[in-house]
Design a protein around this ligand. Structure first.
Ligand code: MN
Length: 440
C-alpha cells in the first residue's frame, strides 16, 4: 500500500515563491490548516491553509465555489470559524481538497489570479484554536518518560505492570486549552505535607514544568457503543499539532493517588495553531516496532498496517526564553530534542483503545501523546527528567539556572519532519508564557 500521491512530489513548486525557499517548512507538500484573522482585527476567525509565509483564506475561497465533488464539499466545510466541519468529513474529502489546493497553488495554475487576493501575510495574522475541542484525553506513550517519572515517584517500581499492555491515559480538560501565545498565571494549590500527618502546604506551585507532546486531532467520530477497528483507526485521525501539557509537579505529587492527574494539569495546555494532516506526513511513516523481549500488543491493538507503517518520524525540540534572556536579546536556549517515532504506542492504537469500550469520539476531539522523551540523555521531554526532579539545575547560556519554570519564562516547542530529497514539513511552533500567580 502506498500513501504517496502527486501531492507529495518533492519537485512541486508554488507560485507563492516563499513556499519554494528551502527549509521554510510550509512548502506546497505541507498545506496545514488553521484558524486565523488579521492581527488585532474585528472580523471573525476563519479557516485558512498555510503556504510559505502566507495563509490562503479558505472561507473566502469557498464563496467562489471553484470546485465540485468531494473537493468542493470539503471546501464548503471550510466556510467556518473552526475546522470541525472539515474534520467531520471523510479521508476521501480531505484528500480531494488537498489535491485541489495543491493543483491551485502550483506554478502555472489557472486559479492564481483568483487566489492571490485571498492571501494574507502570516506575520500579520493571529490565531484561534483550530477546532472547538469537545473532549481532551492525554496519554502516556513514551516508555522512556514513564520510566524516568516512575523513578521519581516510585524508585523501586518505576514502570507499573500495566504499562506494556494498556495505553495509559487520563481525561483532561478542554476549557483551558489555548493556542500558541497563551499566557496563564502560575497555578496555586495543595502540596504534600512536610511530615506525615501534618497539614498540606498551600500556595503557588514551586515545581512548574512543561511536557513536550504532540496532539492528535480526531476527524470523523464513532457511534456511542461502536468500537473503531485498528485497521480503520487512521481514517478517524485528521492530523497532528504540537502540545504543551503544562504540569505542576508539586501539586501532582500530592493529588495523583488514587485517581491520577487533576489540578496539576488542567490549569493550562497550549497547542500550535497549524494542524498538519496525516496525508502530509505520509513520506515520514515508519514501521511501528516493539523490542523482541517486550510483550506484543493484544490482537485488538495489532494490525499489519500498524506494524508496517504506524509510526511517524517527527523531530521535536524544546526551547526556553526568560525575562533576562529577552532583555539581553539572547537566542532561545535549546533544552532537549526527541522524536515521535520512539513512542511505545501508535496514534492508531490510541484511537482504537479509546473506543474499545464503546466510548464516543467526536470530530475535533484532541488526544495528547504524553511527554515524548527519547531513550538517550538530551532527549528528556520535561524539566522533571532533565533536572532529576530539581536536584540538578541546568545552566542557561546567558548565565541563569533553572530547576523548574520561573515567572515570565516562555517555553517554545517546535516540531518538523525532514528526510533527504524532500522539503522540510514543519508543524510550526507552540509557545506559552508563565505569568506570576494571582495572590492568595
Ligand atoms: Mn502529559
Amino acid at each position: 500500500m502506498s500513501f504517496l500521491n502527486e501531492t507529495h512530489d518533492p519537485a512541486l513548486q508554488s507560485w507563492v515563491t516563499s513556499a519554494n525557499v528551502p527549509d521554510n517548512g510550509f512548502p506546497i507538500q505541507n498545506l496545514p490548516y488553521g484558524v486565523f484573522r488579521e492581527k488585532g482585527g474585528h472580523h471573525d476567525f476563519r479557516v485558512g491553509v498555510a503556504i510559505g509565509d502566507k495563509v490562503l483564506d479558505l472561507a473566502a475561497l469557498a464563496l467562489l465555489s471553484p470546485w465540485t465533488g468531494p473537493a468542493g464539499e470539503a471546501l464548503q466545510a471550510c466556510d467556518a470559524q473552526t475546522l470541525n466541519k472539515l474534520m467531520a468529513l471523510s479521508p476521501e474529502h480531505w484528500s480531494a481538497l488537498r489535491l485541489a489546493l495543491s493543483k491551485a497553488l502550483r506554478e502555472g495554475s489557472d486559479l492564481q489570479g483568483k487566489l492571490e487576493p485571498l492571501l494574507h501575510d502570516r506575520a500579520a495574522i493571529e490565531h484561534n484554536l483550530p477546532a472547538q475541542i469537545g473532549d481532551y484525553t492525554d496519554f502516556y506513550i513514551s516508555v522512556h518518560h514513564a520510566t524516568a517519572v516512575g523513578k521519581q515517584f516510585r524508585p523501586d517500581n518505576p514502570l507499573l505492570p500495566n504499562y506494556k499492555w494498556v495505553p495509559i491515559g487520563y481525561h483532561g480538560r478542554a476549557s483551558t486549552i489555548g493556542v500558541s501565545g497563551q499566557a496563564f498565571p502560575r497555578p496555586v494549590g495543595q502540596t504534600r505535607p512536610a511530615e506525615d500527618g501534618a497539614a498540606p502546604g498551600f500556595g503557588p506551585s514551586q515545581r512548574l514544568d512543561y511536557e513536550l507532546e504532540l496532539g492528535i486531532f480526531l476527524g470523523q467520530g464513532n457511534q456511542h457503543g461502536q468500537r473503531i477497528d485498528i485497521r480503520e483507526a487512521e481514517s478517524h485521525v485528521f492530523g497532528f499539532c504540537i502540545l504543551n501539557d503544562w504540569s505542576a509537579r508539586d501539586l501532582q505529587a500530592w493529588e495523583y493517588q488514587p485517581l491520577g492527574p487533576f489540578l496539576a494539569k488542567n490549569f493550562a495546555s497550549t497547542i500550535s495553531p497549524w494542524v498538519v494532516t496525516l496525508e502530509a506526513l505520509a513520506p515520514f511513516r515508519q514501521p511501528f516496532q516493539r523490542a523482541a523481549e517486550d510483550p506484543q500488543p493484544l490482537p485488538y491493538l495489532t494490525s499489519d498496517e500498524n506494524r508496517e507503517h504506524g509510526a511517524f518520524d517527527v523531530e521535536l525540540e524544546v526551547l526556553l526564553t526568560t525575562e533576562a534572556s529577552r532583555s539581553q536579546g539572547a537566542q532561545p536556549a535549546s533544552l532537549s530534542r526527541s522524536n515521535f517515532r520512539d513512542a511505545y504506542w501508535s496514534a492508531a492504537q490510541l484511537v482504537t483503545h479509546h473506543s474499545v469500550n464503546g466510548c464516543k469520539l467526536q470530530p475535533g476531539d484532541l488526544l495528547g501523546t504524553g511527554t515524548l522523551s527519547g531513550p538517550s540523555q538530551g532527549e528528556e521531554g520535561s524539566l522533571l527528567e532533565i533536572t532529576g526532579n530539581g536536584r540538578n539545575p541546568i545552566k542557561l547560556p546567558w548565565g541563569e539556572e533553572r530547576t523548574f519554570l520561573q515567572d515570565n519564562d516562555e517555553v517554545i516547542l517546535r516540531a518538523r519532519c525532514t528526510k533527504p530529497g524532500y522539503p522540510v514539513i514543519s508543524l510550526g511552533e507552540c509557545a506559552g508564557t508563565v505569568l506570576p500567580a494571582i495572590p492568595v
